[in-house]
Structures are given as structure tokens and as C-alpha cells.
Ligand binder design. Structure first.
Ligand code: DOR
Ligand code: ZN
Length: 473
């Protein structure tokens, strides 16, 4: 036997255990996990030197804008940013131009991203009501990761780009979908057995409350929160939960930002409703109190809310209500973000800073290193049915690894980000704990912060299909 790679002296971390063993890799897969010296030659050795060896970490929520507004970001940039940040698999969001709304667009997107990919990737499909209800089945069969619905958003009629500051009556827009249309989308997605994931904000409420704030001349961050209070999220989440009960769809709440929404999901899960929820670093590490220091770069939808929400989200992480953490990497240019809070777009970079921020939280005692594996590898891989090919150090799994040095100190600096846009709310944030090597299917893509992988190496990942109503988490 000739092994392609031996990874030695590592401390392997799973979602529950920490143990010492060497890992042997053959043809991009894990062939053996053992403390014994195996017979045969080894072509390449990596000495982890007592650092942690984690399964390759996954970011399930990335907007690379490609194809479409690639002046903000493109996939060769975002997948290098991912590798630099210790991510081995990205799930790419479908709000591109054209969007991933039918089988043909799926095939084109696969080819487009494949050519630029440094790390592996999955593809989300978009739900746009009667415009693509009949395409849900073919998208499912092509192998999409899940179905995304931007609940509460209007989208541009031709480009399908999100209208960040929509007002009724605007030209060339598809207005937000009504409950009946959402119900039909859920019925269609339920037939596939895949996740129906929603951005959860109530447009009706946002319109009324924002108009009220504007009338009073409000333009501050607190005014933005008055226009999009916690009720905006929880109302949509509760509606979605009821519709999930009625349709049987696997309902997933994206980027939860409020205490009330975490509680609504906790309660529904206790009743056995097929509902899951994720959150992002900006909701874990920022609150309205940071706005003065950070400024408009912090504008995301749903907005970062109050300290009490941050605390409730941490509680949701601790008790397992929240399945996983992802970045919602959503770059815009510095010029676009450098304006009046009311008219700038929502979103910031995140794929490169997520793992450092989460490792720093381990060093601060907020979570354990095993939680990193649970939240960034095992749970997302299980939820989206790519486990154990991804998300686990197991024999037969893809040889994806993230090596982390828990003592390494770093400062998140906008100018060092690998993304095209450098917009981040975490510029100057000091962290202890860094990913130092990213390995995808046995090949090192990043070492000590330097990208050493090749463009076009990354491959599409498709989920194992389940029968409708049957799922693994
Ligand atoms: O802040 C956000 N930006 N929230 C979203 O829902 C979409 C995202 C984007 O694509 O810009
Ligand atoms: Zn998003």
C-alpha cells in the first residue's frame, strides 16, 4: 500500500470527543485512523504538532454574487477567503443573475463555480413562487443542497437581485410573495424531502413601521431597529412553523437574530415540528451597542439587535436549539456601504472571519472546541445530508481537515481579507485561535494564511436524497 498522505501528531476533535491518532489518506478519502504505524510507504506527511485536527469546516451560507454583481465579489475570491478562514466546503446562495431557479441554470452555475473553486461547494436553489414551482423537482434531482426563500424581500424583475430598501410602487420589481404563494412553495419543496430555508422578516410590518419612523425623521441605527423590531422576525418564523406543520416541509430559519425567534423554534422543536435554525457571528459577537464604533458596515438583514437577543442566541447554541453557525457572507463594495444607513445595501463579508471569531470564543470559555466541530461541521453536514462524506473524521469520508492553533494570536484586518470587497464589522478585532491549514480531499489549500491550492480544484457536493418526510436530524 502507498498512502498519499499521513497526518501525524494531531489531536483529533469530533462533536463529542478529543483523542490522539494519526490519519492516513488515499485517493482523497480517509483510509485509516490509528495510533499504530501502518505498513507501506507514505508520499506526504503533515505534522500537526499537537494542534487540533478538525473535520473540514463548512459554511452553509455564502453569497458570492457570481454570476451577476461580480464587482462586489466572485467565486474565486470568496473560495480563497473560505480557504484562508479554515473552510473546506461552501454552500453557495442562489441570488445570482441568473438565479439558480431551474435545471439549466443549475448546470451553468455548477460549471461556472467549478472553474473558480478552491474549496468544495454545494448549490442552493431559489424559490420564486409560480415562476419556478414547476422546477423544484428537477432542481432537487440535480442535487441542490436545499431551497432558499427570501421571505419579506422584493426582487428585481430581470436580475432577481434583492431590493434592500424596497417601497411598494417601485418599478421593475417582483413584490414580496403572499402567504398563499409561500404555502404552495412549501408544498412543492415538501415533496423533495429537502430543506426549505427562509430569510424571515415580515415585509408588511417593515413597511408600516419604517414609514412611521421615516415620517418622524428618524435615520439612526435605533430607528432602523424600530422599523424592523424583533416582532418582524418572530411573526414570520411562527407563520412558517405553522405552515411547516401543515405541509410537512423541513423548515429552516436562516440567520436568527432575536430572542423571540429562538424561543419560538425551541418550543416548536419540543413539539416535534421539523424545524431548525442557524445563526451567524455578527449576532453572536455584536449588538446595537457596537454601532457607534462600527458604523454602517454593520448593516445586515435581519439587523443585529440588542444584548438580550445576543444572550438568548448564545443560550440557543448551548442547549442545541440552534443547529449550526454560518457566515452569511454578503459582500458589497466599500462605496456602496459608505452612505446613508437608509439607502445602503445590507450585508458584509464573513466567510474568512467566522472560524477565527468562533475559536476566540472557545478561548474565552463561551464554548468548547468540540462545539466548534458540532456547529461548523457535524450538524450542518447532517442537516443538509452530506454527512459523513463531509463533516466527520471517519474512514471513508472525504479527507477534509482544518488544523487550528488555539494559541495563535491575530487581528482581523480588512486589508488582509481575501474577498474582493473588504467590508467587515470586525476590522481591528483581536482573536486568539486561528486556522493554520486547510486541507480539501487530501490536498493542502491554505497553509499559515497563504493560499497554496489551485483554482478549479473544488468540486460540487450533492446531498444524499431522502424520501419526503424522512430526514437525518
Ligand atoms: O444582509 C443581508 N445581505 N441579508 C440578506 O438577507 C441578503 C444578503 C445579501 O445577499 O446581500
Ligand atoms: Zn444570506
Amino acid at each position: 500500500m502507498i498512502w498519499d498522505l499521513k497526518i501525524k501528531n494531531g489531536t483529533i476533535v469530533s462533536g463529542t470527543d478529543i483523542y490522539k491518532a494519526d490519519v492516513y489518506v488515499k485517493n482523497g478519502k480517509i483510509g485509516a485512523i490509528t495510533s499504530e504505524i501502518l505498513a507501506g510507504d507514505v508520499n506526504e506527511q503533515i505534522d500537526v504538532g499537537g494542534n487540533y485536527l478538525l473535520p473540514g469546516l463548512i459554511d452553509t451560507h455564502v453569497h458570492s454574487r457570481d454570476p451577476g454583481p461580480t464587482y462586489k465579489e466572485d467565486f474565486s475570491y470568496s473560495s480563497q477567503a473560505a480557504a484562508a478562514g479554515g473552510i473546506t466546503t461552501i454552500f453557495e446562495m442562489p441570488n445570482t443573475t441568473p438565479p439558480v431557479s431551474n435545471g439549466k441554470n443549475f448546470d451553468n452555475q455548477k460549471e461556472n463555480l467549478q472553474a473558480k473553486a478552491y474549496v468544495d461547494f454545494g448549490l442552493w436553489a431559489i424559490c420564486i413562487g409560480s415562476l419556478n414551482n414547476t422546477n423544484i423537482k428537477e432542481l432537487h434531482e440535480k442535487g441542490v443542497i436545499g431551497f432558499k426563500f427570501f421571505w419579506g424581500y422584493a426582487v428585481h424583475k430581470e436580475t432577481f437581485q434583492l431590493m434592500y430598501n424596497y417601497k411598494p410602487g417601485m418599478d421593475n420589481v417582483i413584490p414580496p410573495f403572499d402567504d398563499g404563494e409561500v404555502y404552495e412553495m412549501m408544498e412543492e419543496v415538501a415533496k423533495t424531502g429537502k430543506i426549505f430555508a427562509v430569510h424571515a422578516e415580515s415585509n408588511e410590518l417593515i413597511q408600516k413601521l419604517t414609514a412611521r419612523v421615516e415620517k418622524q425623521g428618524g435615520r439612526t441605527y435605533q430607528d432602523l431597529l424600530k422599523g424592523r423590531p424583533n416582532l418582524v422576525e418572530v411573526l414570520t418564523v411562527k407563520k412558517g412553523i405553522e405552515m411547516a406543520k401543515a405541509t410537512g416541509v423541513r423548515f429552516h430559519v436562516l440567520h436568527v437574530s432575536s430572542k423571540e425567534a429562538v424561543e419560538a423554534v425551541r418550543e416548536a422543536k419540543q413539539q416535534g415540528v421539523p424545524v431548525t435554525v442557524e445563526t451567524c457571528p455578527h449576532y453572536l459577537f455584536l449588538s446595537d451597542e457596537d454601532y457607534e464604533k462600527v458604523g454602517p458596515q454593520m448593516k445586515v438583514y435581519p439587523p443585529v439587535k440588542y444584548k438580550k437577543d445576543q444572550d438568548a442566541i448564545w443560550k440557543g447554541i448551548a442547549d442545541g436549539t440552534i443547529s449550526h453557525v454560518c457566515s452569511d457572507h454578503a459582500p458589497h463594495t466599500e462605496e456602496e456601504k459608505d452612505g446613508d444607513l437608509w439607502s445602503i445595501p445590507a450585508g458584509m463579508c464573513g466567510v474568512e472571519s467566522m472560524v477565527p471569531l468562533m475559536l476566540n470564543a472557545v478561548n474565552e470559555g463561551k464554548i468548547e472546541i468540540t462545539d466548534i466541530v458540532r456547529l461548523l461541521a457535524e450538524e450542518p453536514a447532517k442537516l443538509f445530508d452530506v454527512y459523513p462524506r463531509k463533516g466527520a473524521i471517519q474512514i471513508g469520508a472525504d479527507a477534509d481537515f482544518t488544523i487550528v492553533d488555539m494559541k495563535k494570536k491575530s487581528v482581523i484586518k480588512r486589508e488582509n481579507l481575501h474577498s474582493k470587497s473588504k467590508v467587515t464589522a470586525f476590522d481591528g478585532f483581536k482573536v486568539t485561535g486561528m486556522p493554520i491549514q486547510t486541507i480539501v480531499r487530501g490536498k493542502t489549500i491554505m497553509k499559515d494564511g497563504i493560499i497554496v491550492g489551485e483554482k478549479g480544484y473544488g468540486k460540487l457536493v450533492t446531498p444524499v436524497n431522502h424520501s419526503p418526510g424522512v430526514h437525518s436530524s
